[in-house]
Design a protein around this ligand. Sequence first.
Ligand SMILES: Nc1nc2c(c(=O)[nH]1)N[C@H]1C(S)=C(S)[C@@H](COP(=O)(O)OP(=O)(O)OC[C@H]3O[C@@H](n4cnc5c(=O)[nH]c(N)nc54)[C@H](O)[C@@H]3O)O[C@H]1N2
Ligand SMILES: Nc1nc2c(c(=O)[nH]1)N[C@H]1C(S)=C(S)[C@@H](COP(=O)(O)OP(=O)(O)OC[C@H]3O[C@@H](n4cnc5c(=O)[nH]c(N)nc54)[C@H](O)[C@@H]3O)O[C@H]1N2
Ligand code: SF4
Ligand SMILES: [Mo]
Length: 758
Amino acid sequence: MKLNRRTFIKGLGAGTAGCAFATLPGSIAALGTTELQGSAESVASICEMCSTRCPISARVVKGKNVSILGNKKAKSFGGAVCARGGAGHSQLYDKQRIVKPLKRIGERGEGKWAEIEWDEAYSIIAKNLNKIKADYGAESVAFSSKSGSLAGHLFHLAKAYGSPNTFTHASTCPAGYVIAAKAMFGDKISRDLSNAKYIINFGHNLYEGINMSETRGMMNAQMEQGAKLVVFEPRFSIVADKADEWYAIKPGTDVAVALAICNTLIKDDLYDKAFVAQYVSGFEAFAEEVEQYTPEWAESISDVPAEDIRRITHEYAAAAPHALVDFGHRSSFTTEEFEMRRALYAANVLIGNIERKGGLYFGKKAPNYNKFAGEKAAPTLSKPGVANMPKIDAKRIDMVDEQYSLLWSEGGMYQSILDASLDAVPYQLHGWVMSRTNPMQTLTDRARIVKAMQKLDFIVACDIYISESAAYADIFLPESTYLERDEEISDKSGKNPVYYVRQRVVETIGDTKPSWLIWKEVADKLGQGEFFPWDNMETLQLFQVDKDVALLNHIKRDGWVSYGKPLMLREPSMVKDFIATYPNAKTPDSDNTYASHLSFKTPTGKIELSSDKVEGIAPGRGVIKFREVSMKKADELYFIQGKVAVHTNAGTQNVPMLANLMSDNALWIHPVTAKLLNIQSGDAIRIYNATGSEDGHALVTPGIRPDTVFAYMGCGSKNKELARATGKGVHCGNLLPDVKSPVTGMCLHTTGVKIAKI
Ligand SMILES: Nc1nc2c(c(=O)[nH]1)N[C@H]1C(S)=C(S)[C@@H](COP(=O)(O)OP(=O)(O)OC[C@H]3O[C@@H](n4cnc5c(=O)[nH]c(N)nc54)[C@H](O)[C@@H]3O)O[C@H]1N2
Ligand SMILES: Nc1nc2c(c(=O)[nH]1)N[C@H]1C(S)=C(S)[C@@H](COP(=O)(O)OP(=O)(O)OC[C@H]3O[C@@H](n4cnc5c(=O)[nH]c(N)nc54)[C@H](O)[C@@H]3O)O[C@H]1N2
Ligand code: SF4
Ligand SMILES: [Mo]
């Protein structure tokens, strides 16, 4: 494939007419781009319209458009993309996209910007960051980015600069289930939805909150395996609509139902005793604790009938081990998120579905897979390390309590940036470099974030749009979109090793750069260029493959390189296939599995249903327990949110094609509640609580509990630069209080609200 250098000066396109920000400095509209330069042949690459990062195959069509299809080689993704993935070109070529560095010239958030050259942007950044470092220490600058893609390059810059304060979006999304898995299994764990015969789902919204391979997996289970799907969801979601049974569970009470499932499995003698004896530590303490959590008790808390919990548990156990309780992703985060995810995992452990088809399993990356194969079945990737990085003595701002120690290596507690900025807890923050994140919409308590940003000395935002958060930056750095970037090879191993890589499909539009280059050039200006000893992305890729050019080309050509056969250590048919493939493979156990090789990176080497380690860092939490949570006042309604199939979080609301499909999020209200409030569908309403107030529209529907209201998240931006989204719909982050959950540090996305017709 040959990419031309950028040649984009073709006069003003007619399409800029009617665009509210045709004159915004640095936008494509100002540049007048009309032709796309890029590969007319399909290029294997990776979608980034959401963090699922599906493998794609894309090409430029007649200089006018980009065709984006799924990569057919990636079977588990069904060779397809979702609606957002298919709309990637609309983001790429959006005339409101920012394609030139900007400097703030008005007040923060006022929307006054001036175009500058990259070198001037870097000079301003270096001057300010070096001053903050000299005056207050490098630790007083926080660096944050949504994890994945090029986040590691920003964090590398933070380390070179000398700050320990790096944050992903973890405490707004995966920290709960990831940290619970680390505490219990010693590692992250995956679910084998496609082979499951019975799935119990607690608000895992896979038919709207799409993850192509998991969504396909659940479809396969339902359509090919005839799996039964039981769904606990406060609203009638698409998943609920496709389920065999739906229970409108009370928000935040999943932990009670999960514990009642565990109670029934133990009390009715349905659990896998041999599995528990061999692999589990702390079963007795757990069993003693859950004795009180009967289905009747759970009904009184969750509104799920006891007799159904009991029957469902029996059906689930009958389908074991090819059955699973989906540990989910979001549903309602409560302050008991840690206990909820552990209870959901426990319901799997008790039926012994670990490393069985249709159960839970650990990723099989090349080093581990090769040990079983007894040969180099898959290549391993090298990680470039940089010698003599500065030693950082300062503590992270979220190291305020030992209980969060499981979180520090998992992305940190994002909210702590606000405490450090506003209240100097544990010390004063002075700067913030943010990339690919929009906390005003996606964290909580927007007003507090505005105050925190107003107080900081210096803020840099790297984005593709002036998001609501970027609107408060001093310097805006426009990144090239994923269709214009090359990146490192990624490990996407599941049951067997897999690699894929992002490659440029289109020549860079305007004056944008990939962030790996941006942070390297910032380091150069800071005088820390020695810590970025690579010239370009290919140097990094070649380092990864130990200069094996043929391997790199193979990964680039196919875009999805999968090695060997899927392996689950306790699944006889898979182990048999594996041994047939690799003559030097480890000898199996007498039951034709690798069961004796299954071990866990926990202090006991077993699955810790009760954990001394957790008791040590968070006294009282060693054993999984139910605790009451207070999510709302008595006279308030639960306010819950979820993903919609045509938008990603707060990141796509301004993408033309997707904004056309949906730009407002009407609030779902049950007819009984609506009648009491004299509200009808389409009415203008006010949603308010102690944190904030939002105006929106009502959607009266029986598909929601009477005590709950629901909105799709990611609408109602308050900055004028996102012209297609501004002021449209309910801004969820403006209604959510700032909370830190025990152990996981998770923020809360469910709260109480009142509603009034306006
Ligand atoms: N109320 C509420 N809050 C939530 C959620 C919810 O359901 N309800 N969901 C939570 C979840 S699950 C998550 S993961 C978080 C996500 O929250 P964030 O981490 O803030 O991520 P996004 O909202 O996806 O988008 C972040 C920004 O990335 C920008 N962007 C897109 N592509 C690129 C690129 O290539 N380069 C750069 N530099 N920028 C780019 C977008 O313009 C956007 O401004 O939100 C959480 N917050
Ligand atoms: N289309 C689309 N797909 C996405 C994303 C996107 O923004 N758009 N984002 C991606 C990301 S970052 C993530 S993290 C995943 C998230 O994937 P999911 O976690 O599956 O997605 P959400 O829609 O946030 O899920 C919340 C669901 O839980 C329900 N719910 C709320 N409270 C409760 C409760 O207390 N109990 C139960 N049982 N259910 C409850 C909500 O009604 C909603 O349906 O999706 C990914 N895929
Ligand atoms: S789920 Fe959709 S938007 Fe997300 S990476 Fe895959 S195709 Fe792209
Ligand atoms: Mo997420």
